[in-house]
Design a protein around this ligand. Structure first.
Ligand SMILES: Nc1ncnc2c1ncn2[C@@H]1O[C@H](COP(=O)(O)OP(=O)(O)OP(=O)(O)O)[C@@H](O)[C@H]1O
Ligand SMILES: [Mg+2]
Length: 251
């Protein structure tokens, strides 16, 4: 499954700038904040694992970055744009262009074929059908699921379904991939495979933010680990053996 799919092709200019910048971000529902005064910077090409106990704010953090949720205070800058200031339509358009998302339970549309699931974000983004189909075909082949193009997701295994979800997340070549417990609903071996796939993508330049409960997965498939407790970042460490990303004070 090593291949040369040019993830994020044509986005060279984005490579020069910080991809995610959260400044003093707080999200409060009721009671204690779900995310509390978080500052976080992610550069293009980073692979960051977000860890922390249940309820520590991991999903909220991802949703804030994706513009699915708005902070109570602070600013969220992604690819140079203020996501926290976008309206719903603007945020949806922004996501289609800049962000791919994958989830624990895949969120595939059961009454669409695998190929049509993967094509959907491209259609919504107005990509020409021929080009979208070529891109989808390439991704399905790359992920080893091209034989299921005309199959409905219900007939696939958990690992295969997650690969469909990954193809769908990548079809518009977004610079940023957000993964919320992508291995939470699959067995260990399949989790390994998904982890390795995400690592391959990262090696090709795909920026990755991965929420996981597995320290093992985080250690092996992310260069950097951000630890949340009660909505606060309590540590932000870079894996040993990667001195080029040695920890630096974060603004
Ligand atoms: N839409 C919402 N309305 C009210 N409270 C919410 C909402 N979303 C999250 N919360 C609360 O915010 C806190 C953080 O939730 P979040 O889902 O971000 O945690 P998490 O770290 O992703 O947990 P898990 O590991 O269980 O997925 C929790 O206390 C949760 O109850
Ligand atoms: Mg969560």
């Amino acid at each position: 499954m090593t291949a040369d799919l040019n993830v994020g092709a044509g986005r060279e200019s984005a490579a020069a700038r910080t991809l995610i910048q959260l400044t003093a971000v707080t999200k409060r529902y009721q009671g204690a904040p779900a995310v509390n005064d978080v500052n976080l910077t992610v550069e293009p090409g980073d692979a960051v694992a977000v860890m922390g106990p249940s309820g520590s704010g991991k999903s909220t953090l991802l949703n804030l970055i994706a513009g699915l949720d708005r902070p109570t205070s602070g600013s969220v800058l992604v690819a140079g744009e203020r996501v926290d200031e976008m309206g719903e339509t603007g945020a949806a358009r922004f996501r289609r262009r800049e962000i791919g998302m994958i989830f624990q339970f895949f969120n595939l549309l059961e009454d669409l074929t695998v190929q049509d699931n993967v094509l959907l974000p491209a259609q919504l983004a107005g990509v020409r059908h021929r080009r979208a189909r070529a891109q989808a075909g390439e991704l399905l082949a790359r992920l080893g699921i091209d034989r299921y193009a005309n199959t409905y997701p219900g007939r696939l295994s958990g690992g295969e379904r997650q690969r469909v979800a990954i193809a769908r997340a990548l079809v518009n070549s977004p610079p940023l991939l957000l993964a919320d417990e992508p291995t939470g609903a699959v067995d260990t071996a399949t989790g390994e495979e998904i982890g390795r796939l995400l690592l391959d993508l990262n090696h090709e330049g795909q920026t990755l933010l991965l929420v996981t409960h597995s320290p093992d997965l985080a250690a092996r498939y992310a260069k950097r680990t951000v630890q949340l407790v009660d909505g606060e970042v309590i540590s932000d460490t870079v894996a040993a053996g990667r001195p080029e990303r040695a920890q630096e004070p974060r603004p």
